[in-house]
Write a protein that binds this ligand. Structure first.
Ligand SMILES: NC(=O)c1ccc[n+]([C@@H]2O[C@H](COP(=O)([O-])OP(=O)(O)OC[C@H]3O[C@@H](n4cnc5c(N)ncnc54)[C@H](O)[C@@H]3O)[C@@H](O)[C@H]2O)c1
Length: 325
């Protein structure tokens, strides 16, 4: 039985990943400080005999050393996440996203130097492409960030530093890292509290409040169900040839945010209405958004035969069912 360390395991994606790993017979060691994660996310599998949860921070070097030394595989998902959170807490975003990744990789580097090659998945994001104007983004494309006076870019830049660090530890010390750039992952347990659009829309529709669409709603995104993404993550880490590379993971089916709002209304509450709000009212004057975010999934498809199994309507229904419960 392998022991999988999942940082951020009480979060949205981390809890689904932990559940999937337990279901395949692995032991799972979760570390989470519950900053944005919730104990409730573990409710359906908390009593599983293969699960151990540690409440603590991956910014604690002693704790990271102890936990990484116990792991056969590391999934590093803990991070400061969400456009709204990042706008409010730019210092924490930068610190939380860079320092722990370095601590984990250093410990894995030490183990690699003793001949122990421990696979490590690093959760990155489509935000690293910044505002690259291409229609579809592939892994070798340029990263195009805005000015440092606009805090929103600190999230993508901090994750890009994580990627550089991970690739450097792979190249210099042979740590088998896999980097996954997630594109809008959605599903049950995701909270709208930090600016995530789908739970925000579904919560509003269920409560009979207007769905607040930022700007003109013509921003384009692709939404993937968390189960499909988690499957991709596990298959990548189980594929030795995937190590040392970066992979887009998500859906490549584009939808505008306005259309998403209309689809949520049609499926959840046809009485609900749409209200438009400017970015300056939602965030501040400096806010800059990304108009279009669509991944090229060729690399992940050829590496592991990755595919998505859930369409947008099924995803909306699953989010609404979870929120109703
Ligand atoms: N959800 C998405 O659409 C999406 C898109 C791109 C990238 N990602 C990445 O996926 C990962 C998981 O995101 P999520 O959507 O599940 O968010 P989440 O906020 O639900 O999960 C993050 C978890 O990390 C924990 N955490 C944060 N800092 C910590 C620390 N210092 N020590 C211990 N635990 C800490 C939080 O409490 C939370 O449980 C993140 O790395 C994020 O950047 C997510």
């Amino acid at each position: 039985m392998t022991t999988c360390l999942v940082t951020g395991g009480a979060g949205f994606i981390g809890s689904h990943l932990s559940q999937r790993l337990l279901g395949s017979g692995h032991r799972v060691l979760i570390v989470d400080d519950l900053s944005t994660g919730r104990d409730d996310n573990l409710a359906t599998f908390r009593d599983h005999p293969g699960l151990e949860c540690v409440r603590g921070s991956v910014e604690d070097p002693q704790l990271v050393a102890e936990l990484v030394d116990r792991a056969d595989v590391v999934y590093h998902l803990a991070a400061a996440v969400g456009v709204a959170l990042i706008a409010r807490q730019p210092i924490q975003t930068i610190e939380r996203n860079i320092f722990p990744t370095k601590l984990i990789l250093e410990r894995l580097g030490l183990r690699a130097s003793r001949g122990e090659a421990v696979p490590c998945f690093i959760a990155s994001t489509s935000e690293v492409y910044g505002k690259n104007p291409k229609e579809v983004w592939c892994e070798e494309d340029d990263l195009v960030f805005g000015a440092t006076t606009k805090p929103r870019w600190s999230y993508g830049v901090s994750k890009a530093i994580d990627e550089f660090l991970a690739l450097a530890f792979h190249q210099q010390l042979g740590v088998p890292v896999v980097i996954g750039r997630f594109f809008n992952v959605v599903g049950p347990r995701q909270t709208g509290a930090y600016g995530m659009v789908l739970p925000r829309f579904v919560e509003a529709a269920l409560a009979g409040r207007p769905l607040v669409v930022h700007d003109d709603g013509r921003q384009v995104r692709c939404f993937a169900h968390v189960d499909d993404v988690v499957e991709g993550v596990v298959r990548l880490i189980e594929t030795p040839a995937a190590a040392g590379r970066v992979y887009n993971i998500g859906s490549d089916q584009p939808v505008s945010i306005l259309e998403l709002a209309q689809r949520v209304i049609a499926r959840v509450n046809p009485q609900a209405t749409i209200e438009f709000q400017s970015y300056s009212a939602a965030y501040d004057e400096s806010f800059e958004d990304i108009r279009r975010r669509v991944p090229d999934l060729t690399r992940v498809r050829s590496a592991i035969g990755y595919r998505t199994t859930r369409g947008l309507d099924e995803i909306i229904d699953s989010v609404a069912a979870a929120l109703r419960r």
